[in-house]
Write a protein that binds this ligand. Structure first.
Ligand code: PMV
Length: 334
């Protein structure tokens, strides 16, 4: 009987082979695959409680983020997501959703990835559903494309799938979080202009960038290469493909009309630092998402040196060093 509650936790993830473009906007289906690393420490913890009605109480969902009522746009997005769960479970109860994000604000680490992964697990369990991991990944994808990957820990591959209902557009583990002791050093660069949302930017890129077809065509080979590098624990090979994927994604977006430029001067300075580290013999490789921050892949033993070099880069305001982490998991059920 759905009158339950559940608390789940999920970590954020960073793509090493980027997702940039949808084949179906309504179902949030990616036009190509992607490959990411789920991170520990930073993520979302979400409690969902379906509230049994006694009399004519408030039928609306309540969404609390970081101790405060969510702003209407985000609350609506959460409500539409919970509607998917209610429909699937055959229930009509309002939900109370309480979430906290440990992802630092404006860090360029996506809280939507961990947020919708934690919400998919907590809401489905609270509704009495026991979904498989692929089913959870498919559900999380409806909230945010990258959230489908945060259901799993460590290195994760997301399939584009070919079915129109999206049932095969799900993620799976390539290698778990204990398999390879790498780090991602996140260089937070001074906040620039407000970033264009990834959904709007992907749409504009697909509509106007002459390089979009070439970008999509390049992704499968990058995924195959990254996959092989991960299984071989070959940091150079993985780093080369991660940089190439990020540069191609940004080049494609920069060629949209109007152009989409996420970088600021500190982004370029951090890229230069990574190139200098490599020239000095340190294995460090950058990737950049829909914002100005630079995330640097390296071994655990090199991470202190990489973090120090990034911290000394003009315009870098803070550096976080993050290890691989587990997938979404339940931390409390009544
Ligand atoms: O999950 P979304 O819709 O926020 O898109 C994520 C886009 C990138 O972070 C730039 C790339 C990725 O694969 O995570």
């Amino acid at each position: 009987m759905a009158d339950g509650s559940c608390t789940a936790r999920a970590g954020t993830n960073i793509a090493l082979v980027k997702y940039w473009g949808k084949r179906d906007a309504a179902l949030n289906l990616p036009a190509a695959g992607s490959l990411s690393l789920t991170l520990e420490d930073f993520g979302s913890e979400t409690t969902v409680r379906f509230v049994r009605q006694t009399g004519g109480g408030d039928k609306r969902d309540r969404v609390i983020v970081g101790g405060k009522p969510a702003e209407p746009g985000f609350a609506g997005r959460v409500q539409r997501f919970v509607d998917l769960v209610r429909t699937r479970a055959g229930i009509d109860l309002p939900a109370e959703v309480v979430t906290t994000n440990s992802v630092p604000t404006a860090s360029g680490l996506a809280s939507s990835a961990s947020g919708f992964a934690a919400l998919a697990l907590a809401a489905s369990r609270a509704a009495g559903l026991h979904l498989s991991f692929p089913e959870l990944s498919e559900l999380a994808r409806r909230g945010s494309g990258s959230a489908a990957r945060s259901i799993f820990g460590g290195f994760v591959e997301m399939s584009a799938g070919t079915r129109i209902d999206g049932s095969d557009a799900v993620a799976h583990t390539v290698a778990d979080e204990k398999s390879w002791d790498v780090r991602l050093c996140v260089a937070i660069t001074a906040a620039g202009q407000k970033a264009v949302s990834s959904t709007a930017a992907m749409d504009l890129t697909a509509q106007t960038s002459p390089y979009y077809p070439a970008w999509l065509a390049s992704v499968p080979a990058d995924i195959a290469e990254a996959h092989a590098a991960i299984l071989a624990h070959d940091l150079v090979r993985l780093g080369v493909v991660a940089e190439r994927s990020a540069m191609r994604m940004h080049a494609c977006a920069m060629a949209a009309e109007p152009h989409i430029l996420y970088w600021n001067p500190a982004t370029l300075a951090a890229i230069s630092t990574v190139i200098e580290l490599r020239a000095d013999g340190t294995g460090a490789y950058f990737t950049i998402d829909a914002g100005p921050h630079v995330k640097v892949l390296c071994s655990a033993s090199d991470a202190p040196r990489v973090a120090a070099a990034l911290a000394g880069t003009p315009g870098v305001v803070r550096v976080l060093t993050l290890a691989p982490g587990p997938g979404a998991h339940i931390i409390g059920e009544p």
